[in-house]
Design a protein around this ligand. Structure first.
Ligand code: NAD
Ligand code: TDX
Length: 339
């Protein structure tokens, strides 16, 4: 069986490749990735020369690349992780988000339609539901919550979800969608909140907290997300949407304080900076459906996953040093200036 993983040189896609190899060692994995600033081949170095792994550098928006790949590989499963994924970048430059997240998804869906697949899975996000107020802890996103996007990133992801649903209805494409809460774990690009805070703390540099730091995110260890996708591929019903989250809500400032305490660093490193435009207040997923229908429950407690993540960033300094010294340096200077 061949599984096509797009965006597999990024954070969640790479973790999914490692997860799939561990649990389905006879399957062939083909990874299609454009290697944008967020894609990193060094993440995949342990699998690059393995006989049942094949890496293709290419763009999911490029019809010829995608169709040639489907013709050559005939994948049974396609899991689409490829995306522009950072909200702040979508605010300063929406175009790439519309291309990759919407048109790229359209190209993959057309290839699935043309060549046939057992299952197409779209990796989506809880951000398509917009946000919840901070003072209504009883509210959660369910699969029926209306789409209500805040950023160009979330709008492009919601548009892709609607397109997937249209292919299910019009062409009977066997597709599923998962909408997951914020992930954390090894190999996450340091523009994202948790690795950024860990790395800045390790370097004794200011930790930039947006606004008052009281926005809430619902955190999930990346391996638990991978397991959810595996279950959806194997046992999920075509046409269905599954919310994925572990009831792990934390205020940003509390996560920052936890990291500083664990690393034995001073809270004086915290630097409150201008708020993100349109900053979503609170995300909170209701994962009842995936639990009830597929028996999925997260296995990793927040603190346990965070300790593993801290240990990984401590043990893999060369991985993030290479990134922090590249194009990212320019982005960081633009975002946070001399702070
Ligand atoms: P990431 O930015 O770390 O990785 C994205 C990968 O996609 C990179 O390897 C990049 O090179 C590749 N890519 C980008 N444009 C491409 C294109 N046009 N063609 C081929 N490859 C391309 O992202 P991530 O955090 O691993 O997120 C993966 C998916 O999960 C995304 O679809 C994202 O929307 C979704 N998601 C992420 C989170 C999270 O907390 N990170 C939560 C829920 C859902
Ligand atoms: O420097 C920072 N300071 C800060 O306070 C950064 C980068 C973020 N933040 C805040 C903003 C958010 O409230 O931390 C929170 C998390 O920020 P991000 O890591 O940028 O994640 P978020 O905007 O919540 O989106 C993430 O979760 C859903 C992923 O990036 C998306 O790809 C996913 O779909």
């Amino acid at each position: 069986m061949t599984i096509l993983v797009t965006g597999g040189a990024g954070f969640i896609g790479a973790n999914f490749i490692f997860y799939w190899r561990k649990n389905h060692c006879d399957d062939r994995i083909v990874c299609l990735d454009k290697l944008t600033y967020a894609g990193n081949l060094s993440t995949l170095k342990s699998v690059m020369d393995k006989p049942n792994f094949h890496f293709v550098k290419g763009d999911i928006c490029d019809k010829k690349t995608v169709f040639d790949l489907f013709r050559a590989e005939s994948p049974s499963y396609v899991v689409n992780f490829a995306a522009e994924s950072h909200v702040d970048r979508s605010i300063t430059g929406p175009e790439a988000f519309l291309h990759t997240n919407f048109l790229g998804t359209a190209t993959l869906l057309d290839a699935c339609r043309e060549f046939g697949v057992k299952r197409y899975h779209q990796v989506s996000t809880d951000e398509v539901y917009g946000d919840l107020p901070r003072d209504r802890p009883e509210l959660f996103f369910t699969e029926e919550t209306p789409l209500h996007t805040s950023s160009p990133y979330s709008a492009s992801k919601a548009a892709a979800d609607l397109l997937v649903q249209s292919y299910v209805r019009t062409y009977r494409l066997p597709a599923t969608i998962s909408r997951c809460s914020n992930n954390f774990g090894p190999y996450q690009f340091p523009e994202k909140f948790i690795p950024l805070m860990i790395i800045n703390a390790l370097k004794d540099e200011p930790l930039p907290v947006y606004g008052d730091g009281c926005n809430v995110r619902d955190w999930l260890y990346v391996e638990d997300h991978c397991r959810a996708i595996e279950l959806i591929l194997q046992e999920g019903k075509a046409g269905e949407i599954y919310n994925v989250g572990g009831h792990n809500e934390r205020r940003n400032i509390d996560v920052v304080r936890w990291i500083l305490t664990e690393l034995d660093k001073s809270e004086e490193l915290i630097s409150y900076v201008a708020d993100r435009k349109g900053h979503d207040q609170r995300y909170a997923i209701d994962p009842a459906k995936i639990h009830r229908e597929l028996g999925w429950l997260p296995q990793t407690k927040f603190e346990e996953g965070m300790r593993q993540t801290l240990r990984w960033y401590l043990d893999n300094r060369e991985w993030w040093r290479d990134i922090v010294s590249g194009e990212y340096q320019e982005y960081y200077a633009k975002m946070y200036g001399g702070r």
